[in-house]
Design a protein around this ligand. Structure first.
Ligand code: SAM
Length: 213
């Protein structure tokens, strides 16, 4: 059962998703700019649970020489920073709806020809299938209702080049519902899932491969 604060949180974001996608994007952007008024509001850089989740995510990836990596909902770039170390030869793009989060990410990880941060709303982003590894962690539950999750899932699948890998990480058991939208994408095939039920806040790491079209 979700806790009361979690229920209130999900209801707020479901209500926002009654707006048009553009209107929802405007409010989400303002909300997350406000939320990031203080640095690292979720303590992603210092919390042991978050660090454990990042390490577990990296451990479960299919071993491949990834060349173009995207993190959707990268916030202040804490995991993006881990990616630059884990994949020193890859081109890495962090995407987020909040410009304030991105400016902190740019302070944490210097942009250069291989690392860049882009303001983008996954619901309205013009997707190009150019990444061989895409992460979406702790972000889908902000998107609200059914049709928005369906659309976001199609957009995530659309970021992958043929044979690319998508990794979704969300609290379990809510992940069953959220990742169910990815399962329903004809362009994606579920490859693996690890559920960490003993963690103080259980979570699932679900890995998808792009199906050849
Ligand atoms: C809880 S943080 C997740 C941070 C990171 N993925 C992690 O797991 O450490 C969620 C992020 O999603 C971003 N976000 C929310 N809705 C979004 C959308 N529609 N498109 C892109 N980013 C979005 C927020 O601005 C926020 O920085």
């Amino acid at each position: 059962m979700p806790s009361l604060p979690e229920l209130a949180h999900r209801t707020l974001f479901r209500t926002l998703s009654l707006l048009s996608p553009k209107g929802q994007g405007v409010i989400l952007r303002r909300y997350f700019d406000w939320w990031h008024r203080t640095p690292d509001p979720w303590k992603l850089a210092s919390d042991g649970y978050e660090q454990h989740k990042y390490r577990s995510t990296l451990e479960h990836l299919p071993e491949r020489p990834y060349r173009r990596i995207a993190e959707v909902g990268c916030a202040e770039g804490v995991f993006t920073h881990a990616l630059t170390t884990a994949y020193p030869d890859a081109e890495i793009t962090g995407m987020d709806i909040s410009e304030r989060a991105l400016s902190r990410a740019r302070a944490r990880v210097k942009e250069d020809e291989r690392v860049r941060f882009v303001r983008s709303d996954i619901l309205t982003h013009r997707v190009e299938p150019r990444f061989d590894l895409v992460f979406c962690s702790e972000t889908l539950y902000y998107l609200g209702r059914h049709d928005r999750l369906q659309h976001a899932s199609a957009q995530l699948g659309g970021l992958l080049e043929p044979d690319g890998v998508l990794v979704a990480v969300h609290p379990w058991p809510e992940s069953d519902r959220l990742h169910g939208y990815l399962d329903a994408q004809g362009s994606l095939k579920r490859l693996d899932e690890r559920v960490y039920k003993d963690s103080p806040r259980p979570f699932a790491i679900t890995i998808y491969g792009a199906r050849p079209s």
